[in-house]
Design a protein around this ligand. Structure first.
Ligand code: SF4
Length: 177
């Protein structure tokens, strides 16, 4: 929801307030396929390390929850891994804030710092991202904005950047030509 909200708040409105199911798009299909295909064999960690895949974490006091693709637990730190079909450069704000939420949740759950955040793409390509304190603050701010939107229930303004509308699954609902 954080990532969707930062892309365009209307996406959250259509899906979670108006309850209009998300019509699948080519990019969504590719992303789902990739998540199904991603093979643990590609990403082997030493046997001695505890690995948590598709790991659901909910911290009620933070009003945050997520399924983290992979958490690798070392003695005194954690590595958080996210699988993406594509890794745009520069990294969109929504990606950073989504991953910052995974960092916050993992650190709270395991009580250890996350020292590495990695995004992996098919074929072994991966990048490490720096998640800042500012990104963590943005998680909490965006969470509050989403809660407001859900409580308020009114339709947000359309996205100012019309280039975002073209691949959006709610383009027809928004009546964007
Ligand atoms: S079509 Fe554009 S305005 Fe409508 S939800 Fe998608 S991004 Fe937002």
């Amino acid at each position: 929801m954080l990532r969707q909200y930062l892309y365009c708040p209307r996406k959250i409105y259509w899906r979670d307030v108006a309850k209009i199911p998300r019509p699948p798009t080519y990019l969504m299909d590719k992303g789902t396929e990739f998540h199904k295909r991603k093979s643990d064999k590609q990403y082997i960690y030493k046997n001695s390390l505890a690995t948590y895949r598709e790991f659901y974490i909910e911290i009620q006091s933070l009003r945050l929850k997520a399924v983290v693709d992979l958490v690798v637990e070392y003695t005194d730190h954690l590595r958080v891994v996210e699988y993406k079909h594509s890794i745009p450069i520069p990294t969109p704000k929504g990606y950073l804030v989504q991953l910052a939420s995974h960092v916050i949740l993992s650190e709270a759950h395991f009580n250890k710092p996350v020292t590495t955040v990695e995004v992996r793409r098919e074929g072994g390509f991966h990048v490490e991202l720096i998640i800042t304190e500012e990104n963590k603050q943005e998680v909490l701010q965006t969470r509050d904005l989403i809660e407001q939107l859900m409580d308020d229930g009114s339709l947000p303004k359309p996205c100012e950047n019309k280039r975002r509308c073209y691949p959006c699954e709610y383009r027809r609902v928004c009546k964007i030509a």
